[in-house]
Design a protein around this ligand. Structure first.
Ligand SMILES: [Zn+2]
Length: 422
């Protein structure tokens, strides 16, 4: 199911990450797992031609099993590709191959079609003992653009960081004389002069920063840095446009103010970005806790109540812990067709078939209960949320609030659009 907004939500990211992690662990018996990356704008017919050639090459593989598995996988990929007139907006990635299900000889061809969350730029065919998920996983690390502004009393550097692409946009020198004055000048006069120069310099840096960073669409944040206290003076003053000021996400001490300093920030970037997400997560949970604390009736928690609120369309934001390790299982009686749904811990799933065997159906009493469908609980609840346009936020356990969500509220809470009772 596609989300209505183009924005990457924590749910989309969570799902894609999970799928890729699963795919990354799959192994073929031989070199027989096919990965195909099709960038946007590529002609599907070109890709099909390329696959036809690969099919021809595969016919020379010596091992009978590997040959058959590779050729089968290529055919499956061709079939999937033919469903598209052209690649979707962000391109298309297909993984296909024979995966052992239960020891050797139990291989079954599995096919995965993935729509990337951002445009992919590579065109690639690989046949290997594993799926080549790393390019997509790399993209998940790529994030929006960040501005970097390093400043001390002598110079300033402006840079942008998009994903891992770093660009030094401008370097400025201050022209501000050092703190120690030359002989002969009055100390006060020197101080005043220096202050004036510093003001001019800050104004100039501010103007350049506005010109550089304001036009960037989706500028996620601005990081200030530099060796001394100058960066704080700059931050406090009115040199930056208020929009940019609002976007300052961190002020960081660096040893340098030139390119070296920018690199120091980039090294810390993943940490900074995680911090941003944690702040978002904290805010969401704090809102939830506020509503609870003030008894506003605008929240609910626990699977059953949240499910009911979702079904009535009352949920504004669904907050789910990423530590929810459970599945929604549909049980079906093969004799009378009776169905029921249950939520079970993931660890109970492997033995579920055994647990059910011999148990009577609640309706017809025949011992014919089986598992009709299993769905990850997060996916199951998220799907319900999507029907009613509720936002879904996956909350990590990295913050105190996230731990509270997991441990005190069963990992499932919702902020409501309207009161559902009372
Ligand atoms: Zn029955």
């Amino acid at each position: 199911m596609q989300l209505s907004t183009a924005k990457k939500t924590s749910l989309e990211l969570f799902r894609l990450k999970k799928t890729l992690n699963t795919l990354a662990t799959k192994e073929g018996r031989g070199t027989e797992l096919v990965s195909v990356y099709v960038p946007p704008g590529k002609q599907i017919s070109d890709v099909l031609n390329m696959l036809r050639d690969e099919y021809g090459t595969a016919s020379n593989i010596k091992s009978t099993t590997t040959r058959k598995n590779v050729m089968d996988a290529i055919v499956k990929v061709q079939q999937r590709l033919k469903l598209f007139k052209e690649p979707p907006g962000n391109g298309l990635v297909i993984f296909c191959g024979a995966i052992p299900q239960n020891g050797p000889g139990s291989e079954r061809i599995e096919t995965y079609v993935i729509m990337p969350l951002e445009p992919i730029h590579i065109y690639l065919y690989r046949c290997d003992a594993r799926f080549h998920t790393e390019y997509l996983q790399e993209m998940l690390r790529e994030k929006e653009t960040y501005g970097i502004l390093l400043i001390d009393a002598s110079q300033a550097t402006l840079a942008t960081l998009q994903g891992r692409r770093l660009e030094i946009v401008r370097e400025l020198t201050s022209g501000v004389p050092g703190k120690t004055r030359a002989g002969g000048q009055s100390a006060r006069r020197y101080e005043r002069l220096r202050d004036m120069r510093l003001q001019e310099y800050f104004t100039r840096v501010g103007q350049h920063a506005n010109e550089t960073f304001l036009p960037i669409e989706n500028l996620k944040g601005l990081i200030l840095g530099g060796p001394g206290p100058t960066k704080y003076d700059f931050e406090k003053g009115d040199y930056l446009n208020y929009v940019l000021k609002d976007k300052i996400i961190d002020v960081i001490d660096t040893s340098y103010v030139e390119e070296q300093g920018v690199k120091e920030i980039v090294e810390k970037a993943p940490e900074i970005m995680r911090k941003i997400r944690y702040i978002e997560e904290k805010k969401l949970m704090q809102q939830f806790l506020y509503e609870i604390g003030h008894d506003t009736g605008l929240v609910t928690y626990g699977e059953e109540d949240v499910r009911r609120a979702l079904e009535t369309g009352a949920v504004k934001t669904l907050l789910l812990s990423d530590g929810l390790d459970a599945a929604r299982v549909t049980l079906k009686c093969n004799a009378c067709g009776y169905q029921e749904q249950q939520t079970l811990k993931s660890q109970m799933l492997p033995s579920l078939g055994q647990d059910l065997s011999g148990k009577p159906c609640p309706k017809c009493k025949a011992p014919a209960l089986g598992v009709a469908e299993t769905q990850d609980l997060i996916d199951n609840l998220a799907e319900l949320a999507e029907y009613t346009n509720a936002e879904v936020e996956i909350i990590s356990g990295e913050t105190e609030e996230g731990q509270m969500l997991k441990n005190s509220f069963g990992g499932i809470t919702a902020i409501l659009r309207f009161k559902t009772q009372g």
